[in-house]
Design a protein around this ligand. Sequence first.
Ligand SMILES: NC(=O)c1ccc[n+]([C@@H]2O[C@H](COP(=O)([O-])OP(=O)(O)OC[C@H]3O[C@@H](n4cnc5c(N)ncnc54)[C@H](O)[C@@H]3O)[C@@H](O)[C@H]2O)c1
Length: 383
Amino acid sequence: MDQLKIGMIAVGGRGGLWRHWHQPDTGRSVVVAGADVSADALSRFRADHGGSPFVTQDYRRLLERSDVDAVAVCSPDFCHEEHAVAALQAGKHLFLEKPMAITTEGCDRVLSAWKRSGKRMMIGFNMRYMNIFRVMKEIVDSGVIGDLKAVWVRHFVGYGGDFYYHDWHATRANATSLLLQKGSHDIDMIHWITGAYTRRVAGFGGLDYFGGDRPNDLTCPACPDVRECIEAQPASTRVQCAFRQEVDVEDNQMLIMELDRGIKAAYLQCHFTPDYHRNYVFIGTEGRVENSEPEMKVWVKTRRSNTYRELADREYRIKPAAGGHGGADPVICADFVDMILDGKDPVATPIAGRMSVAAGCAGAWSIRNGGMPCEVPPIAEAL
Ligand SMILES: NC(=O)c1ccc[n+]([C@@H]2O[C@H](COP(=O)([O-])OP(=O)(O)OC[C@H]3O[C@@H](n4cnc5c(N)ncnc54)[C@H](O)[C@@H]3O)[C@@H](O)[C@H]2O)c1
């Protein structure tokens, strides 16, 4: 196979990734088909594509096609399990956006379908491809901070109201918890950089700002308070009221986690902060490493002992690469093609996808059960 033929399940929103894969003239992949429930999204896809891709509102028609070698699932979270299992059963290689599914059991059903299919699969953990976090992983792996013991991660989700409370993301039925949405990336980074998975979680959290008593069918353009409301976004595609009754996913959460090798981690996420950034700290027996996304810097501080070690502190200035998500999107898309055409091992494995959801689900359970610690169920041996 010289050129991988890809079919997209969802072409709008995150489905816009298709542009990285569609390289009909010289590239190693081409997008030949798109499925989406939205007729508007499909017509925009057709127009932008420039060729004549197969389009359908029924994803099963796309999976029946023999000219589709691989499928990218970029639909909303609550569709992932169904779309992923069907794609694998149809014999397609699979790129599956995070979170892998909205329950741990759902992830295990995807793992089981993957195992039976014999196909290649990776998860859309594009943070693994961001320079700033790759540098942090290299530093931890180098051993310069000694044996890793503690991790503190704070995610200031300044766009929380923009992206998560005006549409489907805001309910447990659709997303389980935002620990699986934003959180699945951060929990995965904790796992990836430490090389350890979460075994036990406890947490506190609440719906402290969004949600409320507004009607479920209220939209920003129709709202009498649109001029005063600081969360109003009448010109957006996401216009459901952020203070509507059905909103039930926490907007402020704090987890403590116990990982393999006795590593302890804390994960804090808040969706109503004004600023947007992720602050990661990894502490080992010899030093610590910390990042600042606004400054695009990583610092390494080693233990001071009035010796040459005082000279060992380092500041790394990170150059962002071109392309979506700090340059990560074009690289993760290329890696997917390399995985299938060249047999390259995926950086973001299905097991990592499952473990991040499982830790998020355990955290959500603990938050909703008075902070009781919750064990993360291990993956069954058969999987
Ligand atoms: N890795 C990342 O950086 C990243 C970034 C954004 C979103 N995502 C993930 O991508 C997924 C989609 O998020 P989004 O913000 O693009 O959502 P969205 O609501 O914008 O929807 C994306 C597309 O899915 C289509 N769709 C909805 N239901 C569908 C169905 N049943 N079948 C087929 N298509 C359907 C919509 O019409 C739309 O075109 C989520 O799971 C999210 O976690 C990942």
